[in-house]
Design a protein around this ligand. Sequence first.
Ligand code: NOJ
Length: 463
Amino acid sequence: MFPKDFLWGVATSSYQIEGAAYEDGKGKSIWDTFCEEPGRVNNGDHGLIANDHYHRYADDVALMKSLGAQAYRFSISWPRLFPNGDEVREDRGFDFYHKLIDELEKDGIEPVLTLYHWDLPQALQDKGGWANRDIVKAFEYYAQEVAKEFGHRVKRFSPINEPWVVAWLGYGMGVHAPGIQDVGQAVAASHHTVMAHNAALKAIKRVAPTALVGPVLNQAMPDVDDVFDPEQIHAAKVMDAQQNLFWMDGIFRGEYPELAWEMYGDHLKKVVQPGDLEVVENDWLGINYYFNARIGHRVSKDHFSRARVIDQLMDYAVEAQSQGPLTDMGWPVTPYGIGDLLVRWTREYGSLVPQMFITENGCAYQTGLDANGVVDDQQRIAYLNDHLYSVGDAISRGADIGGYFQWSLMDNFEWAEGYDKRFGIVYVDFDTQERIPKESAKFYSQVIKTSGANLTVRQSKVS
Ligand code: NOJ
């Protein structure tokens, strides 16, 4: 099923694992601020220490090597390199990532670099953050400097991780930093992430012409309970436009879907200026896939008014989380969706979408150590098996897929959920910082070793 040169990797992000929040000149990020605000993060958890990866990176790379990982997708902390989000650099921040890449090179693991995985310098948020158009210039400069420094050592770059989450969880629903609830700001941030992606891509390629750059989008297919219900069908289209097509069309076609203009109205008209949208040449598309969105309840006619559409979307999300077998995040298990998405983009975008990668996929289950010190996480094994099988199946159906990155190498800081939600294939004891590979790590190692020959048709119950 999987081609010979398929890249098998694991993924993490800076704020979720590094710790050392104020070490070696690092500036404050919006997540440092958010964690200080009472009630924002479960248990009052924070990233001050996290997995202490800043000091343990060499051991963590050795761990990846022992699992057989061929690539490592990680992110750079913007405020570690530019503490105030301006042009004043902190060399010790750059040194840290050089040392990390040294270790990866030594072990033959390919670094795949994300520029922004949500830890915005607080100084930039003080000026409005992603809701302020000026972010595009600031991000372009940051991207250029990262590419100048690491362009000869790193082949694949992605500018922004999950722009939908940046805009809607950060500025719309306010459940992520900076914790703002304002539809206008969320729409502005959505647009600015598209512009910033394009500007960063061009900046990276200017200084590192051989770099391969692509967006990383969190995507889901809408699952409709009743395909003969026009209201559900409409709701599915709204969800699809809001989460998937805004960035797919914005980035790959240089235009926003009709429905986005319709539902965002003046919010969008106000922020889009002539010439803002363009088609830049992306080298790949990264997809973070966790679950499909279930559209299952009837909606009243009047919800189609613009202002209410956003509320309604949140209702669908709640609905989606309350049915079928769920992970600890309350997310349904829908392995068919990952394959459907890959086949769908192949058919709908053709050559506009180059090679695809699954840049994240995984699940949270609490499973801890048993009496023998083993973490026997069979549910995660089933989840990974079924999703990987679906990816393999999409390849047979004609999708061009370059690799898969499991989320996550190890348990870590799961944003507003804190440390209770464990996504790792390696268990972390946060008191001692001990790392213990779970049974799923052994399973994934075998997947890598056999190129997926150990996958079986389907293990999880799918509703
Ligand atoms: C996507 C995000 O990129 C990552 O940071 C997060 O931990 C996982 N989803 C799980 O929620």
